[in-house]
Design a protein around this ligand. Structure first.
Ligand SMILES: C[S@@+](CC[C@H](N)C(=O)[O-])C[C@H]1O[C@@H](n2cnc3c(N)ncnc32)[C@H](O)[C@@H]1O
Length: 255
């Protein structure tokens, strides 16, 4: 199945299920073209491919996971989602897509585990073999970001992390992630992405796991995009005073 055919099936399937609304959390996805760019960057910079296991924190209806299974033929996908309505819709959606696609290629449902849980309570979820993580974490609360950070930091297997959010201001993205407890990540790419439906602009940050010290990669992209030294305010736009207190002190990064 092509990615285009997948998105067409996702759209018709979601329309039948009543869209992405649920009972909790904000829902939204980035466009097919934007998600392709995120996955291609993870592949180019962090070796996303057929041996990879991808986790989506706040998986919604599972669009990014199904996209990765089809476009990059990843081995397995895990979606953690707080909202049981969205989890039920995600399971129904992938079953319907498989039914419509019985002849043409890989069945997706057997390759995806949807777990209905708050990421902060997801100790029982099997994530030991997760190699790549994605989160469109706009609206995801700080304690969930910290739980995600702990999961990445304690993993030996994670190679790449992609997050989509509003542009980071007043701090480098690496320091932001460090502040959320992700340990040492190197920013290897960043670019604007668009939300499906509204077209609202967000920013994708692609990180590679780094075993060394917090050092920007030579490929780190325009610092002025996310370092605004005159402003004092935020780690991320939705940071709380507690997050700011916990965030590492700002320093200018030099290339
Ligand atoms: C912006 S949506 C992204 C959905 C999906 N990843 C996509 O890109 O299509 C964020 C999702 O995170 C979920 N969420 C929010 N807080 C969460 C938490 N603490 N644990 C797990 N999921 C959470 C929301 O219910 C929502 O579905």
């Amino acid at each position: 199945m092509s990615v285009r055919a997948l998105y067409s099936l996702m759209q018709s399937g979601e329309a039948r299920l009543g869209g992405g609304e649920g009972m909790q959390g904000i829902y939204g996805s980035i466009t097919q073209a934007s998600m392709s760019r995120v996955l291609d960057a993870l592949a180019a910079e962090t070796a996303l491919g057929p041996d990879s296991v991808m986790l989506d924190v706040g998986a919604g209806l599972g669009r990014p996971l199904m996209h990765a299974l089809v476009s990059h033929d990843i081995k397995r996908a895990v979606g953690i989602e707080l909202d049981d309505v969205k989890v039920a819709k995600a399971r129904a959606l992938v079953r319907n897509i498989d039914r419509a696609n019985r002849i043409d290629g890989r069945q997706l449902a057997p390759c995806i585990d949807y777990v209905c849980s708050d990421i902060a309570d997801a100790k029982a979820v099997h994530t030991d073999d997760v190699t790549h993580c994605y989160s469109f974490w706009e609206g995801v609360p700080p304690d969930a970001k910290e739980a995600f950070g702990r999961l990445v930091q304690k993993s030996d297997a994670v190679q790449g992390v992609a997050v989509v959010q509003r542009a980071v201001r007043g701090e480098s993205p690496e320091q932001c992630m460090h502040g959320w407890g992700f340990g040492s990540l190197v920013l290897v790419n960043t670019f604007a992405v668009s939300m499906a439906g509204s077209g609202r602009k967000m920013t994708a940050y692609i990180f590679r796991r780094d075993s060394g010290v917090l050092t920007p990669s030579p490929r780190t992209l325009p610092l002025e995009e996310f370092c605004t030294p005159k402003t004092q305010e935020t780690v991320t736009d939705d940071a709380t005073p507690r997050d700011r207190a916990k965030a590492p002190k700002r320093r200018r990064l030099s290339l």
